[in-house]
Each structure stands twice: as C-alpha cells, then as structure tokens.
Design a protein around this ligand. Structure first.
Ligand code: PLP
Length: 426
C-alpha cells in the first residue's frame, strides 16, 4: 500500500488550523464524528445510479436502505412530502431545479448577487445566467431588506416562469407568503433556496418555506451541520403545469421531473457515503438538543451584531434574524476594503470572508464589507461572552490592519482562547 504522508500531513495541518482559529464564515460549520465517519466509509466504493429500488447497478441493497433513511429523515425534519437527497452540492440542486422547470432562454428571477443572492440564482458566470434569462431583484436602499414592491413590479413586467428566494448574505427573515402571492399573480413557480438558514428552520426558529414554495432547495453543510451536499424538497408534490405526460399518457408529477433533472439530467452516480452522512446529520437535526444549538446560534448572532453596531460598525438592515450578518465597513472605516479586512483578520486566525454590500461602489474583489456567521463557533460551544470577545478582537485588528504586532497579539489571544473549545461541543 502506498502511504501518502504528504496529504495526511496536510489534513492534520488543516485540522490544527481549524482548532486554533475563530471560524466566522457564515456558510461553514463543524460536523460530528458520526457525520465524518459516515463520509469516510465503505459506501464510497459503491455505484448506485438511479433511485432506491430502481437502480442501474447491482449490489445496491444496503445503500438503498441508507438512501431511504436519509429521505425519510429529511422529510420529517422539514415536513416534506418529497425529498431528493442526491445533489452533490447546493449549486447542483439549484441547477437541477432550473433544468426541470425552465427551457434555455426562459426568464426567471432571483436576488442579485451583489445584494446577497447566490451565483446559482442567475449570475452571468453561472449556468443559471448563461443558459437562462435571469432578472435580478434587489434590497431596498433604506431598509437593507428585500424590496418586495420592486420584485412584484419586475414580475409583472417580465412574467418569469420561476421566482427564486433565498440568498448567501441576507440576515433577515423572508416574506415567503408575499413571494408566493407575487408568483401566483404572474403564473410563476416559487423556489426557495434555504441553504443558509436551513438549520434554524429545522429547529422551528424561522418560518418554514415548504409551506409556501413549490420547491425548496438547500445545502446540507451550513447551519444544518451535515456533510457538503445538496437536497431538493417539496412540501407537496403536484402535477407539472405544462401538461408533460409519461409514455402511458399520465401527467408527470413535479417529483418525476426533479428526479430526472438530478439524474440523469445533471449528475451520474450519487455519493452514497455522503448521503449516509446526510442521514446522520438529519437524525441530529431531529433530536431535542438541535433546538438548543439553533437557539444559541441565533442568540449569538444577535449579540455579535449588537456589539459590533455599538462599536460603530454598520450592519446591513440594522441586525439579524438568523445566524449571519453583513458588516458594512464604510461607516467606521471609509478607506478599508473588505479584502484588506479579511486578510488582516485571517492573519489573526479569525476567519471571515469579504463580501459586497448592497449598492457597493467597490468590486467583488475589493468589496466594502465582510460577512460573519455564528453557526461554526456555536458548534464549538461559544456563548454570548465569546461574541463580545470576537467583536472586541475584530475591532482591535481592523483599527490597525497593517500592524503586525497587533495582529500577532490578537492571534495569540485567539489561539489561547480556542484551546478550551473542541471542534464539536454539541
Ligand atoms: N445556495 C446558497 C444560498 C448558498 O449560499 C450556496 C453556497 O454558499 C449555495 C447555494 C451553493 O452551495 P454549494 O457550494 O454546495 O454548491
């Protein structure tokens, strides 16, 4: 057997980086040992194209049970009638929905990327923007919240076939009921991508989009704290609105279109080891302790946002309803870019990502903001007092982002503090 010391040394180096630092990237989390073990299991050896009970490969008797468990568990977590747990990632899940619902050139709507949307909601560099015709809606400049009046105006003007809600840097609850009304008004389907707040929705702390949307997608690795991957859900299956029929002349259900858009439309063999890890995570989501975790994530986010605002930082929309916040650096540090801020904080072992703020005059490479989230630190056991410390350390670094001594001092404090926090405390 070849021993690959080089890669395993790097894996350990990354493990140490994670242990030593404060992780504030809003889309990241730390998984349990059980989720990790399921991913690194014998299931990685198995091909299983198709769905449980309807595979194109033999020997699927065990992975069929695994995949059915994942499906049943996630249906229970979100109250869904339908689930496909095969998408390799959130972007793949979204691409599959677009493939099922749209034809090339069709018009759809999504939140603009520079207002907090995701690449896969219509960016011109993503297949969603290359193959289809996206119309972006925005946040309101005064409130920093989704401008539903503009959304309605655009929908009436452009008559999209699909409206997408959800985003990557939006800290507020969505008005799903209003979105469904707008979608119904113009005969569009409504898809909600709940990738970011899914873990809080699972805990019942935020409104459940499955009650309103025709289709819901998510990643499984952010607040949901599973392996990297995607899912597609429906609260209720329904006949496709375009009258597509099977060879037998029966109207195809949307579930049929979605399943075939994932495979063979979008992917080959599903990653059954990742699906097993998804099943483990969904089981964690169903435990009473999940609510404790999710409540702490939310509490921590409010404390962190309030503390930062108390120090003169701008927070887009003036606060947060979920695990995340978008810090607008311009009010406190007009000359500091998100890029310099990210680099200085990363040098101090506080990991964040630069992010455009709505109506940003800087490019996506520079930006005027940073995005923060509390899901990962909460998994490590961080409570409110840690949020105050984080705010203090962020300010200390950003007051002197080029001062090596300040950065070294903060890094030492971060490393010392994190010694008492395991990666997974829940
Ligand atoms: N959807 C949203 C809202 C996201 O924020 C992300 C990732 O950040 C994705 C989809 C894409 O997920 P993935 O990176 O798994 O493709």
């Amino acid at each position: 057997m070849v021993k690959d010391q080089e890669i395993f040394d790097l894996i350990e180096r990354e493990h140490q980086r994670q242990l030593k630092g404060m992780e504030l990237i809003a889309s990241e989390n730390f998984v349990s040992d059980e989720v990790m073990n399921a991913m690194g299991s014998y299931l990685t050896n198995k091909y299983a194209e198709g769905l449980p009970g309807k595979r194109y490969y033999g020997g699927c008797q065990v992975v069929d049970i695994v995949e059915n468990l994942a499906i049943e568990r996630v249906k229970k977590v979100f109250g869904a009638e339908y689930a496909n747990v095969q998408p390799h990632s959130g972007a793949q899940a979204n691409a599959a929905v677009l493939l099922a619902v749209l034809k090339p050139g069709d018009t759809f709507m999504g939140l603009n990327l520079d207002h907090g949307g995701h690449l896969s909601h219509g960016s011109h560099v993503n297949t969603s923007g290359i193959l289809y015709n996206p119309i972006g809606y925005n946040l309101n400049k005064e409130t920093g919240r989704v401008d539903y009046d503009e959304m309605e105006k655009l929908a009436l003007e452009y008559k999209p076939k699909l409206i997408i809600g959800g985003g990557s840097a939006y800290s507020r609850e969505w008005d799903y009921a209003r979105m469904r009304k707008i979608a119904d008004e113009v005969g569009a389907l409504l898809m909600i991508d709940m990738a970011h707040p899914a873990g809080l929705i699972a805990a019942g702390l935020l409104d459940n989009p499955l009650k309103y949307a025709h289709i819901v997608t998510s990643t499984t690795h952010k607040t949901l704290r599973g392996p990297r991957g995607g899912i597609i859900l429906m609260g209720k299956d329904f006949d496709n609105p375009w009258g597509l029929t099977t060879k037998k002349g029966e109207v195809k259900k949307m579930s049929m279109l979605l399943n075939s858009a994932v495979f063979p439309g979008q992917q080959g063999g599903p990653l059954e080891h990742v699906i097993a890890a998804k099943a483990v995570a969904f089981n964690e989501n169903l435990q009473p302790s999940w609510k404790d975790y999710a409540m702490q994530v939310k509490k921590n986010a409010v404390v962190l946002a309030d503390d930062l605002m108390g120090r003169g930082f701008g927070i887009v929309s003036g606060g947060t309803d979920n695990h995340s916040m978008l810090v607008d650096l311009r009010s406190k540090y007009p000359d500091l870019t998100g890029k310099v801020a990210e680099n200085a904080l990363v040098a101090a072992d506080i990991t964040v990502n630069k992010n455009m703020v709505p109506f940003d005059s800087r490019s996506a490479f520079q930006t005027s903001g940073i995005r923060l989230g509390t899901a990962a630190m909460t998994t490590r056991g961080a409570k409110e007092d840690m949020m105050h410390l984080i705010a203090e350390l962020i300010e200390e670094v950003l007051n002197s982002p080029e001062d090596e001594k300040v950065i070294a001092r903060v890094r030492e404090k971060v490393n010392e503090t994190m010694k008492d926090y395991p990666l997974f405390a829940y």
